[in-house]
Write a protein that binds this ligand. Structure first.
Ligand code: FES
Length: 107
């Protein structure tokens, strides 16, 4: 497992991603949608499993799901499950934090 630091501190992460918003993070060939919901950070694949729209351009609903900007499928930020199982679930990665920053864990 690889642990990739995406922010130097929680403060920088909070400054960079407002509550209920998301940002695309590119790690090599991997495009990750990094989302903030209730002051927690979540990492979900950026390409929507339906037709590859960028989930980081979507919105986050009150249930902690990111809504795809193209056809409005909803993916749980924690599990990647699409709400109505209309398509494959999205891949998600753990986001961890320590005194030196915020990391995404990639298998
Ligand atoms: S591309 Fe995301 S729901 Fe269709």
């Amino acid at each position: 497992m690889k642990k990739i630091r995406i922010f130097e501190s929680r403060t920088k992460a909070l400054d960079s991603i407002p509550e209920k918003q998301a940002k695309r993070v590119v790690i090599g060939d991997l495009k990750v949608c990094l989302a903030r919901f209730e002051n927690q950070f979540f990492a979900i694949q950026d390409a929507c499993p339906h037709s590859k729209a960028s989930l980081s351009e979507g919105t986050i609903n009150p249930h902690g799901e990111i809504i795809c900007p193209l056809h409005s499928y909803c993916y749980d930020l924690n599990t990647g499950r699409e709400f109505q199982q209309q398509t494959n679930d999205a891949e998600v990665w753990k986001v961890k934090e320590d005194g030196k920053g915020i990391y995404i864990e990639i298998e």
